[in-house]
Design a protein around this ligand. Structure first.
Ligand code: FAD
Length: 528
């Protein structure tokens, strides 16, 4: 008899979500995490005494309300801070557009740039919201098998087909056209204002090795709409930083009987055809279970933890071709005061995300640098100041700032990340100075995370923030590979539950929940 029913490799938020569901179903579940702390990319770190910041992800995807409810995460301490402001977009000439949850208020903001765009904005949001509602069920379903669709797959897809028909011709055509489009084209179909176009387009390239003129980048907007009925992502913060989400999940898991061990790196997985699966921990201890569920990304799981002789050469070659080279760096700042942004007199406009990337061409040029192996001299920045809405993160009247900086390619053509770390940090701060003059004088401490750090410290292969590109060829039934999008793997006792599975990256908890459902089906069917 195996000691555990399930061993989960990795305590990212998806690993913890999966653990909660599996333990609640009565399975003896162990989670092994290589780091000292749980959460993976959902972590809060003290970057300077008294200053705490979401070190990596700073705004939830949003987190699935269903998962929050079913796991009772509020009871375990989760407090989501939803801000009225989604994003404020800054222009170099000190003008700005603030995008609120409130559509009419946003149109008012846009009016000072273009009354035509202000009039188009409500239909833009409504259209994405209608389409998003049709796509939403995809997020919580297991992508169907193309070769052998189960009766339930056919039923689910049939229901979606019906919902699609009910969209009406205009939205039906939109949905079919938009998916493969470059997001720059889509934004230009709706709006004339460059700042607005670039803000809209930024969703399509968030975390991607792609620029706004890359084909298929509109997918990001459609998917965002599926997650929260809006094409522009929310500012969905967690009180205490993203680490507080991991803490709530780990409390919920422990309450359901899950055992969590940190500083326990899985160095090998054996999960083929035997009567149980095994993992090697910290290169010395062997533990066995009925099945292993990996929260590590596909490259880490298949190329590092499994003996290649266990996998078919064609599968291995497809996994090697799975694209997962990251393009994001992260700078976190401890600030002695609130920076003053040009043209922003009302600090409440800074409570959501702050967008730097004023034109489509700016974003494309930022990508060009990465395409040719260097970080952008003028990067696209997605910034938050979470201490504005959660003062517990910094000492009184002081602040923390979290800066997602794109593009910073994992592979540099010249030099290496360790020797160019400061240069990268200085480039980002210099860019920020143009929008918030004097910010450098407020910096008490800084944390500069390069794509190499994302790999070496946080375990993200290739430093990819989503465990792999979220392009049309690595999406839904193709994530991570066609034929293997149902959380199962070629090894009978190995499953995946991380962001490299459907529905992809972002802090939603859905990968973990979907994967747990599939594992439970196989337990019930006596397959494991
Ligand atoms: C810089 C950055 C910014 C981001 N910004 C946002 C954002 O603002 N909003 C958003 O929604 N998403 C954002 N994301 C994406 C999001 O954070 C991830 O998609 C999501 O957190 C992935 O969760 P996960 O649980 O699937 O994997 P992870 O969080 O990567 O967790 C995997 C875990 O497995 C562990 N592990 C790996 N290998 C082993 C092993 N061999 N043994 C034991 N443990 C192992 C790792 O240490 C890690 O804890 C960002 C990500 C990054 C990196």
């Amino acid at each position: 008899m195996a000691k555990y029913d399930i061993i989960i490799v990795g305590a990212g938020h998806n690993g913890l979500v999966a653990a909660c569901y599996l333990a609640k179903a009565g399975l003896k579940t162990l989670v092994l995490e290589r780091r000292e702390i749980v959460g993976g990319a959902s972590v809060t770190e003290e970057i300077h005494p008294g200053f705490r910041c979401s070190a990596l992800a700073h705004s939830a995807g949003p987190m699935s309300p269903q998962v929050i409810r079913e796991l009772d995460l509020q009871k375990f301490g989760l407090e989501i801070i939803d801000n009225d402001v989604r994003v404020v977009a800054l222009a170099p000439d000190t003008r700005s557009i603030c995008i609120y949850n409130d559509v009419a208020r946003t149109s008012d903001e846009i009016k000072s740039f273009s009354s035509k765009d202000a009039d188009a904005y409500p239909e833009f949001v409504k259209s994405f919201s209608r389409i998003g509602r049709v796509l939403a069920p995809l997020a919580t379903m297991t992508p169907p098998s193309i070769d052998r669709p189960a009766p339930n797959d056919v039923w689910q897809l049939g229901k979606m087909g019906l919902a699609f028909r009910n969209l009406g011709k205009k939205d039906e055509y939109r949905l079919l056209r938009w998916g493969p489009m470059a997001v720059a084209d889509l934004a230009a179909e709706w709006f004339d204002t460059e700042l607005l176009r670039a803000t809209v387009a930024s969703r399509g390239i968030y975390g991607a090795f792609a620029g706004p003129w890359s084909a298929g980048t509109s997918l990001g907007l459609l998917w965002q709409a599926a997650l929260d009925e809006h094409p522009i992502p929310p500012a969905s913060f967690v009180k205490g930083g993203m680490g507080a989400l991991a803490e709530a999940l780990s409390n919920a898991a422990s309450a359901s009987g899950v055992e969590i061990r940190s500083a326990s790196e899985v160095s090998a997985i054996y999960a083929g055809n035997g009567i149980s699966a095994k993992v090697l921990v910290n290169n010395k201890d062997e533990l066995d279970a009925r099945a292993v569920v990996s929260n590590a990304d596909p490259h880490a799981t298949f190329l590092r933890l499994i003996d290649p002789v266990e996998l078919e050469p064609t599968f291995l070659s497809k996994i090697r071709n799975y694209r997962a080279n990251g393009a994001v760096g992260k700078i976190n700042l401890a600030l002695s005061g609130l920076p003053k942004f040009n043209g922003i007199d009302d600090a409440s406009k800074l409570t959501g995300r702050i967008h730097v990337g004023p034109e489509i061409d700016y974003l494309e040029r930022a990508f060009d640098a990465a395409k040719y192996g260097d970080f952008s001299p003028a990067p696209y920045l997605d910034i938050t100041i979470p201490s504005l809405t959660d003062p517990s993160l910094a000492p009184e009247s002081k602040h923390v700032m979290s800066i997602h900086a794109q593009f910073a390619p994992y592979k540099l053509k010249s030099g290496d990340w360790n020797s160019r770390r400061d240069e990268f940090g200085n480039t980002v701060i210099a860019q920020l100075e143009q929008y918030a003059p004097g910010i450098s004088n407020l910096i008490v401490a800084q944390q500069i995370l390069t794509p190499l750090d994302l790999e070496q410290v946080y375990g993200l292969s290739g430093g990819h923030i989503h465990h792999g590109e979220q392009s049309l060829d690595q999406f839904f039934t193709f994530r991570p590979l066609l034929g293997w999008a149902q959380y199962r793997t070629p090894l009978n006792r190995l499953y995946l539950c991380g962001a490299g599975t459907h529905p992809g990256g972002g802090v939603t908890g859905l990968n973990g929940a979907n994967a747990a459902r599939e594992v439970l089906k196989d337990v019930k069917a006596g397959k494991i």
